[in-house]
Each structure stands twice: as structure tokens, then as C-alpha cells.
Design a protein around this ligand. Structure first.
Ligand code: NAD
Length: 343
């Protein structure tokens, strides 16, 4: 039997590139193909610096997941064993400003992928990456199971709910072997500076205010990206087709607590006259901002034996450290300038 091939859509993004690294280092001969449109959120840099033996087994196809003809040709040529579908528009704020690209990529892009997969050749497993946000808010102390109805609040979450509904429909109607992952908030290296942790690091290092929406008491579960990718691997290996799996660390924090923890790490790594916490500034809340997400992740723990390995304080420190690299800082500053967030 030949070496296994994985196809990762969105593999030049934050989670996708961590997954690609994981897949390449897990075997000595497995091949990985990335399909990525390299939007503002994706970059080849996220896939650079691999050991030569791993780089040789990686192929980047620059293309759009909505391009069904491209996907069909790619599937015929590569016949991947596993497809990980991560390509998406991912920033909630942007989905409020203009939801159209979200519907186009997250719904119609998923549809194009499933149509191409239906025609074949079919992989052994399709791991569709959704989000806990499809469930909408949960009251304090409530942890929703996979059977709870979806109640998305933002256009982003609505588009992700559409994508995962299609994934499950293709299992039911066409027996496509899809599993759906609903992970919580990821953090870790190579995340784009529009997301909370790298945004805080980048602005704090520049001595700029650290904007926190509303009272900052929104509660989220925080998952290190490598733990999230380990869960995706477990789903590819042992996930039951047609099933949804919540992926959560159990480390719930308010936005203020998370920003404070990043500031504490920076106080240690890059001391300044006063704590970076003094830069925290409350700004007008995001419309429709859910107060809390709460998902019960006991299914993936009990059935697949997955558990997070990272502890939050040291993972936050390691993540902050990864953003101190000058080239990473320069990229982050450039992004913030273009987004008008650099001052
Ligand atoms: P990201 O924004 O960092 O990366 C998305 C990638 O998709 C980019 O490389 C981009 O170029 C690519 N892409 C976008 N539109 C495309 C298109 N039309 N065709 C091909 N490629 C396209 O996102 P991320 O944080 O790595 O998230 C990956 C997946 O995980 C997404 O599906 C997201 O909804 C989901 N998710 C993310 C989080 C999180 O905390 N980051 C949490 C839960 C679920």
C-alpha cells in the first residue's frame, strides 16, 4: 500500500498550517496537499521552515474551494485518504461588516467540496471543521451536547451552521463519510493579528491601547491549536461518520482574564515601567456578541480518548513568546496598519 495522502483545505491559515505540520511530522512518508486561496488570512509563510524531508512531501495548490472543477481534478489526481476541510472566512467582525464572502466560502465552498467528493474518488474520511459558535450562547454553567439545536448569532456562525448542515446532509443522502468537529476558541503560533491573542501582543509591544469589547466579561473556552489538531487527527482515525464532536479544553476564561494573562506573560518577557494591563481599554461592544459559549466535549473524550495536553498559563506564555519574533511582529504590524488597527 502506498503512503497516505491528506488534503487540507485552508492549510495556509492558522489552524490548517498547524495541522499540516502535525500530519507531516506524524509519518516519514505521508503526503499532504494544501488547497488554499491565500486570501488576506492565508500565507505561504505559515508553511515555511519545514525540515527538507517534510517540505518534499507537501504540495500547495493555490485555488478556491468554490472551484468544483479544480477540486474534481485534484481529487482524481491525488485520491486523498482523508480530507480535512478548514477553508473558511473566519473573522466574526468582518462577517458583520459584509457577510457575503462568508456565505460564499463557508456554505457554497463547502457545497462545491462535497459535490466533488460525491463524484469521487471518495476518501476514507472527511473531517469538516465547524465551530462551537453554531450553538449560540449558553447560560452560565450550562454545557450543551451535540444534540442541542443550533442557534447561530453572527453571520459567521450562521454560515458555519450552513456548512455543517450540508456536511451532515451529504452523509445522510450520499453516504459521504463525514465527521463534524465543533472546536472552541483556538490560540497558538501563526494566528493572524486580527484575533485576540496576537492582537494583544502586537499592540501591547507597540504601547498601544488594548481594545476589549464591552465589559470584557464574555466567557470562552480556550484551546491550544496543537490540542485542536490532535482532536482532528483522532476524528480522522476513529471518528464515526455522520457524528458531530465537540472539542473543548474545559479552560473557560473571560476576555478580560485572557487579555490580562497575555499582559502578565508580556510583563515577564518584555518588562516595561508599568504593567501592560494598564493599556486595556473598553470599547463599544460588538453587536450580537454572545456572552458565553458552553459545549460538553465528553463524547470525544470518552469515545475517542482525546484530551488536551497543554495547560493554559504556560501555553499562553509560549504563544506570546512566538509573537516576539521580529519577522512575525513586522507581519502583524503590517496587517494591523492595513486594517486601520495600527494606532
Ligand atoms: P484562518 O482565517 O486563519 O484561515 C483560513 C484559511 O482559509 C486561510 O488560509 C484562507 O486563505 C483560506 N481560505 C479562505 N477562503 C478560501 C476559499 N474560498 N478557498 C480556499 N481557501 C480559502 O482560520 P483558522 O482560524 O485557521 O480556522 C480554520 C477553520 O477552523 C475554519 O473553518 C474556522 O471556521 C474553524 N474554527 C476556527 C476557530 C479558531 O479559534 N480559530 C475555532 C473554531 C473553528
Amino acid at each position: 500500500m502506498g503512503a497516505a495522502t491528506s488534503l487540507v483545505t485552508g492549510g495556509a491559515g492558522f489552524i490548517g498550517s498547524a495541522l499540516v505540520r502535525r500530519l507531516l511530522s506524524a509519518t516519514h512518508d505521508g503526503r499532504v496537499i494544501v488547497l488554499d486561496a491565500l486570501t488576506y488570512a492565508g500565507t505561504k509563510d505559515n508553511l515555511s521552515g519545514l525540515p527538507a524531508g517534510q517540505a518534499a512531501r507537501l504540495e500547495l495548490v493555490v485555488g478556491d474551494v468554490r472551484d468544483e472543477a479544480l477540486l474534481a481534478a485534484l481529487l482524481r489526481r491525488a485520491a486523498p485518504d482523508v480530507v480535512y476541510h478548514l477553508a473558511a472566512e473566519t473573522h466574526v467582525d468582518r462577517s458583520i461588516d459584509d457577510p457575503r464572502p462568508f456565505l460564499e466560502t463557508n456554505v457554497m465552498g463547502s457545497l462545491a467540496l462535497f459535490e466533488a467528493l460525491r463524484a469521487g474518488p471518495r476518501p476514507r474520511k472527511v473531517v469538516h471543521v465547524s465551530t462551537d459558535e453554531v450553538l449560540g450562547p449558553a447560560a452560565p454553567g450550562v454545557f450543551l451536547s451535540e444534540a442541542a439545536p443550533t442557534r447561530p448569532s453572527s453571520p459567521y456562525a450562521a454560515s458555519k451552521a450552513g456548512g455543517e448542515a450540508l456536511a451532515l446532509a451529504y452523509f445522510t443522502t450520499h453516504a459521504l463519510p463525514v465527521v463534524v468537529a465543533r472546536p472552541t476558541n483556538h490560540f497558538g503560533p501563526r494566528q493572524l493579528a486580527e484575533k485576540l491573542v496576537p492582537l494583544v501582543v502586537c499592540r501591547a509591544l507597540a504601547g498601544l491601547s488594548l481594545p476589549v469589547y464591552g465589559d470584557g466579561l464574555q466567557r470562552r473556552d480556550w484551546l491550544h491549536v496543537d490540542d485542536g489538531c490532535e482532536a482532528l487527527s483522532a476524528l480522522a482515525e476513529r471518528g464515526e461518520p455522520g457524528r458531530v464532536y465537540h472539542v473543548a479544553s474545559g479552560e473557560e476564561r473571560t476576555t478580560l482574564e485572557m487579555v490580562g494573562a497575555v499582559c502578565d506573560a508580556l510583563d515577564d518577557l518584555r518588562p516595561r515601567a508599568s504593567s501592560h494591563r494598564e493599556l486595556i481599554t473598553h470599547v463599544t461592544d460588538r453587536p450580537g456578541h454572545d456572552r458565553r459559549y458552553g459545549v460538553d466535549a465528553s463524547r470525544i473524550r470518552a469515545e475517542l480518548g482525546w484530551a488536551p495536553r497543554h495547560d493554559l498559563p504556560s501555553a499562553i506564555r509560549a504563544t506570546a513568546l512566538s509573537y516576539l519574533d521580529p519577522a512575525t511582529q513586522a507581519r502583524a504590524r503590517d496587517h494591523l496598519e492595513r486594517r486601520g488597527l495600527g494606532r
